[in-house]
Design a protein around this ligand. Structure first.
Ligand SMILES: [Ca+2]
Length: 365
């Protein structure tokens, strides 16, 4: 299946919606406190991007609320929110696999099986890492990070890296990124904004977990003041994270050790001593960003509510739309000149096509 796509340079954000929160409907969490001038985002330049965008092609179909995309030698692994991992081979044949977790995946709102990250020797060891929600309804919703092992037939939980990360119906974070001997993890504020500023809580943080397990969980807090970060990518030792704003004003931050990214004291382009204002924010209209990927020139970002895959120029911050006709987009993976991405129309907030959700690819050069 092929879809025509176009290239659109966003000169300014389109009409504002009065109520645009996160991935979809959720309780309001912050009063409008910013001044009018602060809502006027600097518009992007009119330079042409140098992206040469090809046709969008579907690789695999019938994914069930996919969340995270990981490349294997032979194909792909896709986590699915209900707790399964779909294994996709080089021909696009998809096989849904159960995962033998020691705590059941609790699928609630935005929680469930979320991030995946493959070990560097995955092809020989079968080891990967997963982030999932567990517990039960009420106050007992939490998230954990586990090691899984794939033996070619089933995924088995073989270790726990971290558990008791605060969770909730919404704002579970959940993105993983492996970096040598450390695993980066994004956590959400679990609908309790103050926890993002609480250095004794793992909520609303970006964590850097040593695979050795050395230290205690609060030692692993790398940055704080995050609301609901769901995208993480590193290029040239610069770490970028995408984050959902309370109402529009989604952010992309450059993450540095010990920084406080402000939630819920400030958000978007507000400034305060000791708090970091984002590298990029989307303005009034919610994009609901999720997975990101990076190269020398761009941050590529999957967006849910905005239903686009975009490229943000790392120097000019000019935004180029790469894909805009497959619905909600949850995650993106860059390899050479090709972006691979998964739609997210089957989670109850989209308008799924009969083949949804799907893994797609598009060339960009
Ligand atoms: Ca912030």
């Amino acid at each position: 299946m092929k879809r025509q796509i176009g290239i659109v340079t966003l000169l300014f954000l389109m009409g504002c919606t009065p109520e645009s929160t996160n991935e979809g409907t959720e309780p309001p969490t912050l009063e409008e406190t910013r001044s009018e001038s602060e809502t006027d985002r600097e518009t992007s330049t009119t330079e042409e991007s140098n992206l040469e965008i090809g046709e969008v092609t579907a690789i695999a179909e019938n994914l069930s609320i996919p969340w995270s995309l990981a490349r294997t030698e032979e194909g792909w692994l896709v986590s699915e929110r209900g707790g399964t991992i779909t294994v996709i081979d080089s021909s696009g044949r998809a096989t849904r696999q159960d995962v033998n977790f020691k705590e059941s995946v609790f699928e609630i709102g935005e929680g469930g099986l979320l991030g995946l990250a493959l070990s560097e020797d995955f092809e020989s060891s079968g080891i990967l890492y997963a982030y999932h929600t567990y517990g039960s309804s009420g106050r007992n919703v939490q998230n954990r990070v586990v090691e899984l092992t794939w033996d070619g037939e089933r995924f088995e939980e073989t270790d726990v890296l971290l558990d008791e990360i605060p969770g909730a119906r919404f704002h579970n974070g959940g993105r993983l990124l492996l970096d040598g001997e450390h695993l980066w993890v994004t956590t959400g504020d679990a609908l309790v904004p103050e926890l993002a500023q609480d250095e004794s809580s793992l909520a609303g943080k970006i964590l850097r977990i040593p695979l050795s397990g050395e230290g205690k969980p609060t030692d692993w807090i790398y940055s704080l003041g995050h609301r609901n970060p769901q995208g993480l990518s590193q290029i040239d030792e610069v770490l970028y994270a995408s984050e959902h704003g309370a109402s529009g004003h989604d952010e992309v931050n450059v993450i540095e050790e010990g920084n406080n990214y402000g939630w819920p004291i400030i958000e978007a382009n507000q400034e305060q001593d000791g708090l970091v204002t984002p590298w990029f924010e989307v303005g009034e209209t919610s994009w609901a960003p999720s997975g990101i990927a990076t190269d020398e020139q761009y941050v590529y970002m999957a967006t849910l509510r905005n239903e686009r895959l975009v490229a943000i120029d790392r120097e000019t911050k000019q935004v180029t739309t790469i894909v805009e006709d497959v619905g909600r987009i949850r995650d993106v993976w860059l390899e050479d000149d090709t972006l691979y991405f998964i739609s997210n129309n089957t989670d109850g907030r989209g308008n799924p096509q009969p083949q949804d959700d799907q893994l797609y690819q598009v060339t960009i050069r």
